[in-house]
Design a binder for this molecule. Structure first.
Ligand SMILES: [Zn+2]
Length: 282
């Protein structure tokens, strides 16, 4: 019981860190791209107009600046930074300017804690549970980043893929290294193939490369045997997502991210596969 309580608290803390990652990772990427393309332009002898430079003065990484309100920039007091608690005490509003705090913060914290607790219950204390917790935390970050910005950063998808191969080779997963390796290869190639076909037929990009890398990572963790079910479930979820979107926002652009569907499908399958002996009893 104590173990579960510690895990839940750890999940809240990790979720709080994921919020920072979700907020800053896309901005750091955009900044990097802008700096790179401006450097390239300068090499070609082109002088960028004033104001095109990224704001270089305040450093932006996962640790600085400290947490602050996105509206009024007021720093968040440490006791308001406590996961869930801070949001409840402040009743979802900034203490300084009164602007609403996004419900995404407590949602990510809660989701991470629930996943950590579930992993502890499903796998029991041990390295396998820890590995799945790290996997789920990365997926939660990817899911929200993709939903918000339509990026699936390489900085998250690629390490997730290597980590999957590593834990499979260490024997921490039910997936053996052979299945993990082919899962990664097939996962990448499957979506790459779909995207190429789509491009031939429609003459436009239907899917981002981030999706290929995400499915490669999921294949590494879940083995090639799971890919069929994973894609099927993700497609159904993607279709539902698209229909709901069309209903709610008919004028919205037709592009929407596929990453969240893949992540939700992966969570569902992993829980289903692990919990099967339990479900069969009922
Ligand atoms: Zn504020």
């Amino acid at each position: 019981m104590l173990e579960l309580a510690i895990t839940l608290v750890l999940g809240l803390a990790v979720g709080s860190f994921l919020n920072v990652l979700i907020e800053r990772c896309p901005r750091m990427l955009e900044r990097e791209w802008l700096t790179q393309s401006l450097g390239l332009a300068r090499e070609q002898g082109w002088t960028p107009p004033a104001g095109a430079e990224p704001d270089a003065s305040p450093s932006l990484n996962l640790f600085t600046p400290g947490s602050h309100c996105p509206h009024c920039q007021a720093p968040v007091r440490w006791y308001h930074n406590i996961p869930l608690w801070g949001f409840m005490v402040l009743r979802g509003r900034c203490r300084d300017c009164g602007q609403a705090i996004s419900w995404q913060y407590p949602a990510v914290e809660l989701l991470t804690a629930v996943w950590f607790g579930l992993a502890m219950v499903l796998w029991g204390p041990g390295v396998t549970a820890w590995a799945w917790m790290a996997w789920g935390a990365t997926l939660i970050a990817l899911m929200v980043i993709d939903a918000r910005t339509q990026y699936l950063p390489d900085d998250l998808t690629l390490p997730l893929c290597w980590a999957g191969l590593m834990v499979a080779s260490l024997g921490w997963l039910p997936t053996d290294l052979q299945s993990a390796l082919w899962g990664a290869v097939a996962g990448y190639l499957l979506l790459w193939g779909v995207a190429q076909t789509f491009r031939l037929i429609r003459g436009q990009e239907g899917m981002g490369q981030g999706d290929f890398k995400l499915l490669a990572a999921l294949g590494a963790w879940m083995g090639w045997q799971s890919l069929g079910a994973l894609i099927l479930l993700a497609s159904v979820l993607g279709l539902l997502h698209g229909l709901v979107r069309l209903k709610l926002k008919p004028q919205a652009e037709p592009h929407f991210p596929f990453g969240p569907s893949l992540c939700v499908a992966a969570f569902t399958l992993v829980i289903w596969q692990r919990g099967q002996p339990v479900w069969l009893v009922f």
